[in-house]
Design a protein. Sequence first.
Lengths: 431, 431
Amino acid sequence: MRQIGVGILGFGTVGAGVVDGLQRNRGKLAERLDIDIVLRRVADLDISTDRGVAVEMSVLTTDARLVVGNPQIDIVVELIGGCGIARQLVREALEAGQSVVTANKKLLAEHGSELFELAEKKGVDLYFGASVGGGIPIIRTIREALSGNEIESILGILNGTCNYILTRMEAEGLSFDDALAAAQMEGYAEADPTLDVDGYDTLHKSAILAALAYGFTPDVHTLSVTGIRGVVDAKDIRYAKALGFRIKLLGIIRRQGGEVEVRVEPTLVAEDSMLGSVNGVFNAALVECDLAGTTLYYGRGAGRLPTASTVIGDIADVAFNRVHNAPLKVIIPKSRVPVRLKPSGEVQSRHYLRVSIKDEVGTMAKVASVLAAKGVSIASVLQQDIADASGGFVPIVILTHKARKADVEAALAEIDQLDIVGQRTVRLGIE
Amino acid sequence: MRQIGVGILGFGTVGAGVVDGLQRNRGKLAERLDIDIVLRRVADLDISTDRGVAVEMSVLTTDARLVVGNPQIDIVVELIGGCGIARQLVREALEAGQSVVTANKKLLAEHGSELFELAEKKGVDLYFGASVGGGIPIIRTIREALSGNEIESILGILNGTCNYILTRMEAEGLSFDDALAAAQMEGYAEADPTLDVDGYDTLHKSAILAALAYGFTPDVHTLSVTGIRGVVDAKDIRYAKALGFRIKLLGIIRRQGGEVEVRVEPTLVAEDSMLGSVNGVFNAALVECDLAGTTLYYGRGAGRLPTASTVIGDIADVAFNRVHNAPLKVIIPKSRVPVRLKPSGEVQSRHYLRVSIKDEVGTMAKVASVLAAKGVSIASVLQQDIADASGGFVPIVILTHKARKADVEAALAEIDQLDIVGQRTVRLGIE
């Protein structure tokens, strides 16, 4: 049986999971692939901390150069993260003719094009399944299973930390701060949760999905991103629920003609829909295509073993490709039709608005007339929770029909100037 | 750009969908694969009926031999169905060195081993993604994405007809007959619905999943199959709902040690679970693995374009494999550990029992003591719907803890003999 050598860069949570998984299921992989996948080296600056998995000392090294460029190592697995040394080592491995498997979403979202070009030039594979969706094979599915489809849209719950926080807020009526604290206690949120709760993690993942689906690599720095911190209030979760919705942080990728929408925002989804049923740390992606129609992929979006599952699935593929001398199956498609980013103001969707309004005759009519003047049409209004009244203002929830975001924002700018309106109006999308 | 020639056998619903999809998205496939996939021939005995898709007359033929063995055709797509001429043509195509893509679950479930051996001998591919799950890439996922995992279980809602019927029964309180009639009117059920409603379609699909997951090819004729016709009553759907469950026809594939459970039966699943949220004609498979944990795949399990999506995904893979001379990626794994079918009586699960019992003091105690004598422990009892009482008998619903099916059946055989018990006790599984 042909052997394929693997070296891992980064012996953190996921690195240890990959080592664990490769050890446990080496026989199973051999059964399935007819290839013996051999872990030859694991490099990390810290090789003394116990990672909960037994590795021979001869395998551990602090020297990344024993992995990168080592002719015994066919596949380099990059699990360092970030765009510093990780980028350098991935470049060097590709230059040396090694194939690379990575879970580094930031690296791909920011330097993907450069790395894919290099991989193509050198005729080696660069796989990145675990960069989006953890244990959910969403990348592989879009790339391969749906390759015969025109993809219309992808709606993703792509960050387990946010989904855990939103689930706790809904289930127990917690404030954001309390739910975040709970997530931190459970190990589901970092001490500095910025990347998660402010939406950047979801944004990086959305950019990767857009590249895969449309051959369109957006500059992540120009994309519209709204997280959940300081945006989603326990009140809004309660009102949404009263209307049959749950609030989820969604990555939204959608093509219409030559324009692609790539954005991240807290969004109302129907409570009894498949996306609405995704709770806790679980992630999911809902994909709409011309042939397959609606499909959904659900699982754990992070964590030691789920992420390792996807990394090992990539290793298996790359190993097969190397044995059969058939690399470059995974190419980021180059769109033949020019596509451009849809300006965020041009995006059409339904909207949830919570207006803080004086509880007097005629005030709602004033708000409605501003919306009407901007072409924003009201679908329904909810005013049920007078308990939330404060300072003579009551919250009114308005669900609009589909409207341009720019029109809604222009209307809200005017509405928030009215003297019958109290605190700033909250706007969320609806899908 | 390298061309790969495709020929289709069978110009029915799915055949026409594949033609449609290949025509629509030929450019997109070329973008993604760097291969031009060319439809060269479509063979069917009937080439005069309008299939809703335009095909050049020079492509249509009534002669299957212009597809099978045609050196211009690299990939033969078999969409005839059944085990007669389809089996013969698939064999001939493989013998001739053509790769085969098929959606024929019956052929694979009954003759898979023989065909895979032949494909391996000839060094060509035999792909079968659309044989299970229609537009859901469940086969590809188990085969590739989860290849680094030990698969613990697969629970599948694999038949859209049954799920549609059960959904209508629950949502509208319809009887089975009325819901079946509705499904037939909508085109979701055949005039003779036996294969669907009696569970055989789900059984064939479950057998294929077992082979993929465990390298274990059960003889489908020895498997335990219970459908929904004559088994699931509107009453049971109502009681299940009152207890927070929905009834779904599940294909259940599970390994414990050297034994694999492969069976089909109507089963209670929690209403707010992901499987419980799968309604209408949609299908889903819930997979439990050692690394990925819980994942779920959801979509349309049948239909012209969803099935075509998966067939075309297979064509794309096989085309890539041919261009790169790397066939046989998809092998049904051969288990190194001997596995055997778990006898259906040995299967452990929770059970739902509806006992028709005399409304007298002490009758419940008698039923409970029979269950206890067989080691079946009661988790909860529901008696709420006296409206269903008839002839002095009232329905009592008992949910058991985990118990061997043989023990439950032995208990029920005794219970049904008691003079305090009216009609035969209904038993369903719970997952």
